[in-house]
Design a protein around this ligand. Structure first.
Ligand code: CU
Length: 158
């Protein structure tokens, strides 16, 4: 992949792409787990274990995830190559190839998973939309949506 091409050129396209991801996240939740238990009010300030996102076939699985605030997400590298889990904006994702044209880390998290079985966990303490990517592979682009405690979630609660 040509990192040198990573210029912050197409900001408007990126906004569109991010919106699509959000829409996709909402749709995905409708069918994934019909039997999601009701969300009971939880004691505040205690992080709880959330979904595991797998890194395999040069992709984040799933690429869109919605969790409740306070959830800890774990990423696990399932293949014998190095990936990163890097928060930040990515732009210009090609609809056909899935490859982005640029990336811009924001410093919220940045982990290198150097080989199969390596994991990284991060607890999301503020609602919002968090985009992230693998800074090595331009096709690895994903989004976490963190919703307020009172809202429903579509995450794979363990
Ligand atoms: Cu990668």
């Amino acid at each position: 992949m040509d990192i040198a091409r990573s210029q912050p050129v197409r900001r408007r396209l990126a906004v569109c792409a991010a919106s699509l991801f959000i829409a996709a996240a909402g749709l995905a939740g409708c069918s994934a787990h019909a039997e999601t238990p009701a969300i009971a009010p939880t004691p505040t300030a205690s992080a709880h274990a959330g979904p595991v996102i797998n890194l395999s076939s040069l992709t984040f699985h799933p690429s869109t995830t919605t969790v409740r605030v306070g959830t800890t997400i774990t990423w696990r590298n399932d293949e014998p190559i190095t990936h990163t889990v890097t928060s930040g904006r990515f732009e210009g994702v090609d609809k056909t190839t899935g490859l982005r044209s640029s990336q811009d880390p924001d410093g919220t998290f940045n982990a290198k998973l150097a080989g199969k079985g390596k994991t990284f966990s991060f607890t999301f303490t503020k609602p919002g939309t968090y985009t992230y990517y693998c800074d090595i592979h331009q096709g690895m682009n994903a989004t976490i949506t963190v919703v307020a405690d009172s809202a429903s979630t579509e995450g794979n609660q363990k």
